[in-house]
Design a protein around this ligand. Structure first.
Ligand code: GTP
Ligand code: MG
Length: 243
């Protein structure tokens, strides 16, 4: 790993009602053996998540919390995080879910691919990747979404819907974030399409995706349908994603 890059890593966790996971995942991340800061964007969780985050902020000095009180949404939280990162002095942004579906143990492995690559995707759909304790229906939805995305975005990437990723700042700097539209989960595809349009060097690295460790899913049928519509919208809007 390039040393100058390894010192400027920002790890982003979106949270909404993750009381069972957030404290543990912060501890696991902070136990990883490299210098990093953690950015949490929370949409005003109601289950005590915020108390745990505040406690961790007092215990560790490397955590920043952005608390959003107006509109909720994984996508909107993601855009706030990208804007924060772009304005910051960090070089690399890691994003992962806070529910242990994306285990932080993979982060050091991902970082080894910098600076050679621009973007790393934690991939379930390549050799040595996979899913554990996942329902068949979720697996089928993932496969269908990926078939559509590969066609529309003209990419050979396998896991286009993985939300476990690492980005070099130079790539995200080319995005026009004020033009992003995703309120919910299509943010993952919107960012991916932006990366493809910038011709970023993207590497898929295998991960095992675990069903969430505790707490409730925020993904429902409506948000799943929105994601499929979002994928089409991303394609038709094309280069509006970039500056
Ligand atoms: N800030 C913010 N984070 C959210 C919101 N919805 C979900 N998240 C977080 O985004 C990550 C992914 O959401 P999940 O509910 O786990 O969605 P999923 O992984 O597709 O589905 P499950 O794991 O089955 O629940 C988790 O860390 C959530 O806490 C939201 O509206 N705002
Ligand atoms: Mg999850």
């Amino acid at each position: 790993m390039n040393k100058s890059i390894s010192t400027r890593v920002l790890i982003f966790l979106p949270t909404y009602n993750e009381r069972n996971n957030i404290g543990k995942i912060i501890d696991v991340i902070n136990d990883l053996n490299f210098k990093k800061e953690i950015l949490i964007v929370d949409d005003n969780s109601t289950d005590g998540t915020l108390d745990i985050i505040n406690e961790k902020c007092r215990a560790f000095k490397n955590i920043t919390l952005i608390l959003r009180k107006d509109r909720k949404g994984r996508g909107l939280a993601g855009i706030v995080a990208l804007k924060y990162f772009i304005k910051s002095s960090f070089d690399i942004l890691v994003e992962l879910d806070a529910d242990f579906s994306h285990h932080p143990k993979y982060i050091p492995r991902f970082l080894k691919y910098f600076p050679k690559y621009d973007v790393i995707i934690g991939s379930r759909l390549i050799k040595n990747g996979g899913e554990e304790r996942r329902s068949m229906i979720r697996y089928i939805i993932t496969l269908i979404a990926n078939l559509i995305i590969r066609r529309l975005f003209r990419t050979k990437l396998k896991d286009c819907t993985s939300g476990y990723r690492v980005f070099k700042k130079e790539i995200l700097n080319q995005f026009n974030l004020d033009n992003f539209f995703s309120v919910h989960y299509s943010i993952t595809e919107e960012i991916l399409y932006g990366c493809i349009l910038t011709k970023a060097k993207i590497k898929e690295v295998p991960i095992i995706f675990y069903e969430r460790a505790g707490g409730e899913s925020k993904l429902d049928l409506k948000k799943t349908l929105f994601t499929f519509v979002g994928i089409l919208k991303i394609f038709f809007r094309g280069k509006k994603i970039l500056k």
